[in-house]
Write a protein that binds this ligand. Structure first.
Ligand code: ARG
Length: 466
């Protein structure tokens, strides 16, 4: 009977070389099956494409391919019904599936790994997973955009104060304000689409790092899996995770945009603003203060943005010190990527449901715009159109605002003689520009806040979303 060190240790797929079993603690430390099992169906897809290519190349016998096919059908069924038995002994998703396949179909299962390594396998799985996730997320971003456009159309002419430095600046329409977020999310979708094209390339064939001596057909596998291309360097194919980092960066920007919107929803919902109400089903109460209705959903979204930023920094840091090619560090890429996807999917889905429920108080918005002297710039522009140099007009209006403030009234409430005392160019027609509605209607160019321009933007958006 051979000594243990001669026959190696049974158990792990790679244990032939080892003189003693891996310590239990090390097994737990190095295993990824608890989280990478999420890649299982993609792992099966990748394996089937690899097996079909090997068979076409004459490396795998037709009977073996048929057996692998059969085994994988059973495995998919077990995965979907939750009856697949996962084992820590088998380390990761790849070895768990290979072990089960071999148990089901024997030697054919052991032949599947010909010309392949877990290094190119895991890179393939992650790309297939992300491609799917990007498609789901893109659809959800679109759903949030649609909700924004619907609300913007209803409020194309609803006036509110526009802010700079969170001080009332100039009147805008609420529809215009909402369409700003439509634009941000539109760029987010462009970024996702751009990133998808780089995610969608095939690492398989790179094997462990140097390629393989078998007569493989990588183009065929790429076509089979719907990849747009093949990774052109085997070392790069197994080692870089820039595609996942890029995705997470795009995700971080989406969360940034949703977080900004969240911050505004929280402010607008505060009784100090009172611009909007969120339906009760999107709020929670306080266990001690009976009067409270808290905007938990936007607050959480604002908070969860931080978690996605953390994943981005985590992934960048994971990558930066790695020499070529594959290193086990890369196993740490999965949890941040999965959590980024989950956070994004949940946040976008809840926003798509919540936005249509936003109830607007147009009177509160209008009052806030009037109280903030939001039409002061309009008065200055009026004077400029009558030949007053802009700086002088600015000065005259500033004095008028101070007078109105002292009286506790709006600019439009000052009588004509008093207005004239600040600039003799002012006539009775000034009151038309001092109204909030007149002010927004005059911003009537592409990208402006005039209600008609908002409706144009809504029409363009609907065409883009169609
Ligand atoms: N579980 C590993 C990962 O996620 C799979 C690749 C393992 N490769 C290796 N040479 N140990 O990265």
């Amino acid at each position: 009977m051979p000594a243990p060190e001669e026959k190696g240790h049974a158990g792990q797929a790679w244990s032939g070389r080892f003189a003693e079993p891996v310590a239990e603690r090390v097994k737990r430390y190095t295993a990824s099956v608890s989280f990478d099992r999420r890649l299982a169906e993609f792992d099966v897809q990748g394996s089937l494409a690899h097996a079909r290519m090997l068979a076409a190349a004459g490396v795998l016998a037709p009977e073996d391919l048929a057996a692998i096919d059969r085994g994988m059908t059973t495995i998919l069924d077990e995965l979907r019904t939750g009856t697949f038995h996962w084992s820590l002994e088998d380390e990761d998703v790849h070895l768990n599936i290979e072990r089960r396949l071999t148990a089901l179909v024997g030697d054919a299962g052991k032949r599947l790994h010909t010309g392949r390594s877990r290094n190119d396998q895991v890179a393939t799985d992650l790309r297939l997973y992300l491609r799917d996730a990007i498609d789901d997320i893109t659809a959800l971003v679109r759903a949030v955009q649609t909700a924004l456009v619907d609300l913007a159309e209803k409020h194309a002419a609803t006036v509110m104060p526009g802010f700079t430095h969170l001080q009332v600046a100039q009147p805008v329409t609420f529809g215009h304000h909402l369409m700003a977020y439509y634009e941000m999310l539109g760029r987010d979708r462009e970024r996702l689409a751009d990133c998808r094209s780089r995610v969608n390339r095939l690492p398989l064939g790179a094997a462990a790092l140097a390629g393989t001596s078998f007569p493989i057909d990588r183009e065929r596998v790429a076509r089979d899996l719907g990849f747009e291309g093949v990774c052109a360097n085997s070392l790069d194919a197994v080692s870089d995770r820039d595609f996942a980092i890029e995705f997470t960066a795009g995700a971080a920007l989406i969360m940034t945009h949703l977080s900004r919107l969240s911050e505004e929803l929280v402010l607008w919902m505060s009784p100090r603003f009172g611009f909007i109400r969120l339906p009760d089903r999107f709020c929670t109460g306080s266990s001690i203060m009976p009067q409270k209705k808290n905007p938990d959903v936007p607050e959480l979204a604002r908070g969860k943005a931080g978690r996605v930023f953390g994943h981005l920094v985590g992934l960048l840091t994971l990558m930066k010190g790695q020499p070529l090619a594959y290193n086990k560090d890369n196993q740490e890429d999965k949890e941040p990527v999965f959590d980024t996807v989950d956070t994004l999917v949940e946040t976008l889905a809840v926003f798509a449901e919540m936005i249509p429920g936003i109830e607007v108080d147009p009177e509160k918005m209008r009052t806030a715009a009037r109280e903030g002297y939001a039409t002061a710039t309009d008065l200055a522009d009026y004077l400029v159109k009558r030949g007053v140099p802009f700086r002088d007009a600015h000065e005259a209006v500033a004095r008028a605002v101070r007078a109105a403030e002292a009286r506790g009234c709006d600019l439009a409430d000052l009588p004509l003689p008093e207005l004239k005392s600040f600039a003799r160019e002012i006539d009775a027609d000034v009151y038309a520009v001092l109204t909030i509605e007149g002010s927004v209607a005059s911003r009537d160019h592409f990208g402006g806040t005039a209600p008609d321009r908002v409706l144009d933007a809504v029409r363009r958006a609907r065409a883009e979303l169609a």
